[in-house]
Design a protein around this ligand. Structure first.
Ligand code: NDP
Length: 489
């Protein structure tokens, strides 16, 4: 395949001031690689400081009008964007699958519908968003105003590209902010399609600006820019720490959704079939590249042998291959990430882990022969304090281990530096409720995994982040509270 150049349709440009800007002749370009084939299939601009200044100027110009609109009017734009995402479901799903390596069916059923739902949800939410008042008897009354912050930065990762990009942009816009957003450099395609959708929806110029490029370049410049009032970031914990260090001395509002090392607790009294399906999906959905994936599986010892055998049977049936065909698992995001995952498997062996299945790169025939495929991998026999059980691998790799009783299950579950999500599988609801109170995680799923209600607070404890997204939490994050006190005397 010929490598596209800056003049071809495949070169992704920025969205600034309502225009899709083709990169100038001297712009730096980055390769866009299709993970399933390992081939460069497009280019994208690596934004410069000049691009950032232009985006800030466009956002500044758009802000007075946008923040001054009634919430219902802003909501109408967001509803239009949601409808256009739905109208373009097939094209967006195919683009997401090619860009990311995820199965087309997953992009079609989860990623793209959820991107539309994000806009629709916050369109409706903003029309219901109310602030508080506190009466001081006959003396005075306080009421709280909630004003947009101004220009905000949204930075999202590659694993759920449009899904997470819009999860930040929608509430920020709904609340009356202008946004400068940066998708991951490795999955820019659906963000560029969102720009076209915003144009079609008639979103006023400069309200949303999308800058492409490297996190260490334009991402970091966005965080540091003095006119950007807040940063909403989803990504790895190490990047989150760097962003926090840059943003803190500038007193920017920060929302950080970071990594996880999530435990799945299976008790002997679980619903067998439902649990097996849930544990399998939690471990391997999206090639294990979801921050919520259950990568540490703990099973009550009385059922450990049988459960492990039944799980292995299910893993063996997972179809891995060309994401554009009927498969359960596609390619990992990049060659570098695949190497990281394979190195983590090697490390697990060195730490004494036994590979129960997988453990290697998979060769897929045809157009995907150079793709980044790793077989779904289960590893047994590793203690909680080894690196394999402490570090996020973010691939189709899970460890499995027995526990004796509830107390040990709790200790193992809470035994890492992360605290994003956990799932508990048991029909004893009083036990589940008790554990929910003791598990140090922002999200506890009982007899389910990744069941999402957009009204609920979403986020992690410990090294998994700071702040919560979703529902009112997101609208509160993207607004500044101002208390007004009126004395009656
Ligand atoms: P990264 O932290 O590498 O990148 C996330 C985003 O930040 C990308 O857009 C990246 O740009 C950008 N970025 C990188 N460095 C900087 C910087 N110094 N300043 C500003 N922006 C920067 O994460 P990944 O993309 O690898 O995503 C995987 C990680 O995301 C996993 O750890 C996963 O657990 C976490 N995650 C957390 C979720 C949550 O809700 N808690 C949900 C989904 C994922 P670029 O890619 O262009 O370098």
């Amino acid at each position: 395949m010929a490598t596209p150049d800056r003049h071809s349709d495949h070169c992704i440009g920025n969205f600034i001031g309502g225009e899709i800007v083709q990169p100038p002749a001297d712009a730096q370009l980055l390769d866009n690689i299709e993970p399933a084939t390992g081939q460069v299939y497009g280019k994208l601009v690596d934004s410069s400081d000049g691009d950032l200044q232009a985006a800030v100027a466009a956002a500044e110009a758009a802000l007075p009008h946008w923040r001054g609109l009634d919430p219902e009017e802003r909501a109408r734009y967001l509803e239009r964007i949601a409808a256009l995402i739905e109208d373009n479901l097939d094209a967006l799903a195919e683009a997401e699958s090619r860009d990311n390596g995820k199965p087309l069916a997953l992009a079609r059923s989860v990623d793209i519908p959820r991107a539309a739902a994000n806009f629709r949800f916050f369109a409706r939410a903003i029309t219901q968003f109310a602030s508080e008042s506190h009466a001081m008897g006959e003396r005075a009354i306080n009421y709280t105003l909630r004003a947009p912050l101004g220009i905000v930065g949204c930075i999202s990762p590659w694993n759920l590209p449009l899904y997470l990009f819009t999860w930040k942009i929608a509430p920020a816009l709904a609340a009356g902010n202008c946004v400068i957003a940066k998708p991951s450099e490795v999955t820019p395609k659906t963000a560029s399609m969102l720009a076209e959708i915003c144009q079609k929806a008639g979103l006023p110029a400069g309200v949303l600006n999308i800058l492409h490029g490297r996190g260490s370049g334009i991402g970091s410049a966005l965080v540091a820019h003095p006119k950007i009032a807040a940063i909403s970031f989803t990504g790895g914990t190490a990047t989150g720490a760097r962003i926090a260090a840059e943003a803190a001395p500038r007193f920017k509002k920060l929302s950080l959704e970071l990594g996880g090392k999530n435990p799945t607790l299976v008790f002997a009294d679980c619903d067998w079939e439902k649990t097996l399906d849930g544990v399998l999906r939690a471990a391997f959905a999206n090639q294990g590249q979801i921050c919520l994936c259950g990568s540490r599986i703990y099973v009550e010892s009385s059922i450990y042998k049988d459960f492990k055998a039944a799980l292995l049977q299910r893993v063996a049936k997972l179809r891995v291959g060309d994401p554009l065909t009927q498969v359960d698992q596609g390619a990992l995001i990049s060659a570098a990430h695949m190497e990281k995952v394979l190195n983590a498997i090697t490390q697990a062996k060195e730490e004494g882990g036994q590979i129960l299945c997988g453990g290697e790169r998979l060769q897929v025939e045809g157009r995907c022969r150079n793709g980044y495929f790793v077989a779904p991998t289960l590893i047994e026999g590793l203690p909680i304090d080894c690196r394999t059980n402490q570090q996020e691998i973010f691939g189709p790799v899970a460890t499995i281990q027995p526990f004796a009783d509830e107390e040990e299950a709790l200790q193992l579950a809470n035994g890492t530096g992360y605290g994003l999500a956990t799932s508990v599988w048991s029909q004893n609801l009083s036990r589940c409720h008790r554990l929910a109170g003791q598990l140090d995680f922002g999200i506890v799923w009982i007899n389910c995994w990744m069941q999402r209600d957009l009204r609920t607070p979403f986020g992690g404890m410990k090294n998994s982040g700071v702040g919560r997204e979703g529902g009112w939490e997101a609208l509160r994050f993207f607004t500044e509270a101002k208390n007004v006190c009126i004395d009656y005397a």
